[in-house]
Design a protein around this ligand. Structure first.
Ligand code: SAH
Length: 483
C-alpha cells in the first residue's frame, strides 16, 4: 500500500491507457484529486463508460439477442455456485418453500425478488423447483430482478421467459412474463424501484451480490495537526496539491490521538518495464480526514473498538447497509411503514467474514485468476469480503419485525438442506459415467470444507420475521415445517 505522492504531476498527455475508463478516471482525478475506493469500484463495476457489468451492449449483441460478453462460466472470469450445479438453486428454492410453509402458506401476495441475478440460472432453478409446489407457485404475484446490467437483463429474460420474449418498458422497469406459469416478471436496476407494500410477502435472494458493492476503506493514523484558524481551505475532502504534505506526522502532544483516514485511489506513474497489464492506479492514504472518514467509522461500535489501535484497517460498505435496511423493512415493516404481520424472508449467500470487520479484502479477478484490482479498470471484476455481522446488525436496527440467523458456512447450510440426498438422486438418474462424475465433482465442490473451499469460504445469512427465536429456519438449525 502506498502513501500519497505526487499523483497530480502525472498529466502525461501521451499516456496510453488500458481502457477508456482508465482515461476517464485519470481525467476525473486530475480535477477532483484522488477518489474514495468506493467511487473507483462503482465506476469500474457499474459505471456508464465500460463498467465491468454495465459495459455498453454492442449492436451485434442487441440484434442477435445474445449478451455482448460473458463474465460467468469457464470462458468468462469466474464461476458461481448456481453455474456449478443446478442443485444449488433447487435447494435455495426448497428453502423458500419451507419458509412459505412455516409462515402459514399465504395464498397470494408473494413476491420473489433477486438482487444481482447474473445469468438468471439461480432464479430459473428456484422457479422450476417452486413449480412443483402448485400452492406456492400460485401464490406468486410478481418476480422482481434487480440487475444493473442491461446485457444481463437480456440474458435473464431469454432464460426465464424464452428467447425473444416480448417485453415492455415502463417507469417501474422492464416487464415480461415467465415460462413458469406465465407469472409477471419485472427488471429494475435498483431495489428502490420496487414499491414496498406491507401486504406483500417478499422472498428475497442475494447470491454473490453484496461482494460486488463498493466499499470504503479506512485506516487509523495519528491525528493530523489542525489547520490554523485563519486557513482558507474550503474542503478537506480533496488532497493537498503539493507532494510535500503527504503523510501526517504525529501530533505535538505526548500521546498522539488517532483518527480514521480514508484510502483513496490515485494514478501511478506510467511504467515501461512492468509486464502488462500493470496497475494504473494505487491506494494512498488521505493526508487528512475526509467526509466519509469522519462519518462512516462512527456508525458501529465494532469500528469504534478498533479506533484506538494504530494502523487498524476497516472496510465499510454503505450500499450493503442500504440493501440490508431495505430487506428488513420489506419483511418486518418500519415505524413509518408498519406491517400488520411481518412476512417473507431474505437469504444472503456470499463470501466474507462471520465476525471480524473485513480489511484489505479488495480483489481483482480476470479469466479465473487473481489480478491487480487497479489494472485494466472495467475489464477486471472487483469484489470484497462481505461483513455479515454488519448486515445482521443493520437489519435488526432497521426493523423490529425481523430476526437474523447465521451466518453459517455454506457447507453446513447445504448439507442441512439435503444436498447429499438431492445430488445423489440426480447422479443415480444420469445415464453415462462421465455425467455422473461431473455431477459428483460439482456438488462436492460447493460443500468443500478445505481452507479455500467454497463450503467454508461462502456463508449464508437469513433475515426472517421476528418470532422470538422460537422457529429456526431450515439450514440454520431448524427443520422443514419449523421447529
Ligand atoms: N448471482 C449471480 C451473479 C453474481 S455476479 C450468480 O451467482 O451467478 C453479481 C451480479 O450483480 C451481476 O448480475 C451484476 O450485474 C449485478 N450487480 C452488480 N452490482 C450491482 C448493483 N449495484 N446493482 C444491481 N446489480 C448489480
Amino acid at each position: 500500500m502506498l502513501k500519497a505522492e505526487s499523483w497530480h504531476n502525472l498529466k502525461e498527455s501521451a499516456r496510453k491507457w488500458s481502457t477508456p475508463l482508465a482515461k476517464q478516471l485519470f481525467d476525473a482525478i486530475s480535477i477532483t484529486g484522488p477518489v474514495p475506493l468506493a467511487s473507483y469500484m462503482r465506476m469500474c463495476l457499474t459505471g456508464d463508460v465500460g463498467g465491468y457489468y454495465t459495459g455498453a451492449i454492442t449492436a451485434d449483441a442487441a440484434s442477435t439477442g445474445e449478451a455482448a460478453r460473458d463474465q460467468f462460466g469457464k470462458k468468462g472470469d469466474f464461476i458461481t455456485s448456481p453455474e456449478i450445479s443446478q442443485v444449488f438453486g433447487e435447494l435455495l428454492g426448497v428453502w423458500f418453500i419451507a419458509e412459505w410453509m412455516s409462515q402459514g402458506r399465504p395464498s397470494e401476495g408473494v413476491q420473489i425478488i433477486e438482487v444481482g441475478p447474473g445469468r438468471g440460472t439461480l432464479m430459473d432453478d428456484m422457479l422450476r423447483t417452486i413449480q412443483r409446489f402448485p400452492a406456492m407457485a400460485g401464490s406468486i404475484e410478481n418476480i422482481f430482478m434487480v440487475e444493473a446490467s442491461k446485457d444481463l437483463q437480456l440474458t435473464q429474460r431469454n432464460l426465464l421467459c424464452g428467447k425473444d420474449a416480448a417485453s415492455t418498458d415502463s417507469e417501474g422497469g422492464s416487464k415480461s412474463v415467465t415460462k413458469y406459469g406465465g407469472k409477471p416478471i419485472t427488471w429494475t436496476d435498483s431495489i428502490k424501484s420496487i414499491p414496498i407494500d406491507p401486504r406483500k410477502t417478499p422472498f428475497i435472494v442475494a447470491h454473490e451480490f453484496f461482494d460486488a458493492l463498493p466499499i470504503h476503506s479506512f485506516q487509523t493514523a495519528p491525528a493530523a495537526p489542525k489547520p490554523p484558524p485563519s486557513s482558507t481551505t474550503k474542503s478537506q475532502d480533496t488532497l493537498p496539491q503539493t507532494s510535500s504534505s503527504t503523510t501526517a506526522s504525529s501530533s505535538s502532544s505526548d500521546t498522539p490521538s488517532l483518527e480514521w483516514r480514508e484510502m483513496m485511489v490515485a494514478p501511478v506513474p506510467p511504467t515501461t518495464s512492468d509486464p502488462s497489464p500493470s496497475p494504473e492506479f494505487q491506494l494512498i492514504l488521505s493526508p487528512s480526514t475526509t467526509r466519509h472518514s469522519r462519518f462512516l467509522p462512527e456508525t458501529s461500535p465494532r469500528y469504534h473498538a478498533l479506533s484506538t489501535t494504530p494502523s487498524s484497517i476497516i472496510e465499510v460498505c454503505p450500499d450493503a447497509s442500504i440493501y440490508a435496511t431495505d430487506f428488513a423493512s420489506r419483511i418486518g415493516g418500519t415505524s413509518s411503514q408498519p406491517k400488520p404481520r411481518p412476512s417473507g424472508a431474505a437469504l444472503i449467500l456470499d463470501y466474507g467474514t462471520a465476525t471480524s470487520v473485513p480489511a484489505n479484502s479488495l480483489r481483482g479477478i480476470r479469466s479465473h485468476k487473481l489480478v491487480n484490482p487497479f489494472s485494466e479498470p472495467g475489464l477486471v471484476d472487483l469484489s470484497a469480503d462481505v461483513d455479515f455481522t454488519a448486515i445482521a446488525d443493520i437489519a435488526l436496527d432497521a426493523s423490529e419485525g425481523v430476526e437474523v440467523h447465521g451466518p453459517v458456512e455454506q457447507a453446513d447450510f447445504l448439507e442441512a438442506m439435503g444436498i447429499r440426498e438431492r445430488a445423489g438422486a440426480l447422479v443415480k438418474k444420469s445415464q453415462d459415467e462421465e455425467t455422473k462424475n461431473r455431477m459428483e465433482t460439482a456438488w462436492k465442490r460447493l460443500v468443500d470444507r478445505g481452507e479455500e473451499g467454497m463450503g467454508r469460504v461462502y456463508k449464508a445469512l437469513a433475515i426472517v420475521p421476528e418470532n422470538g427465536g422460537r422457529r429456526r429456519p431450515v439450514g440454520f438449525g431448524g427443520d422443514v415445517g419449523g421447529s
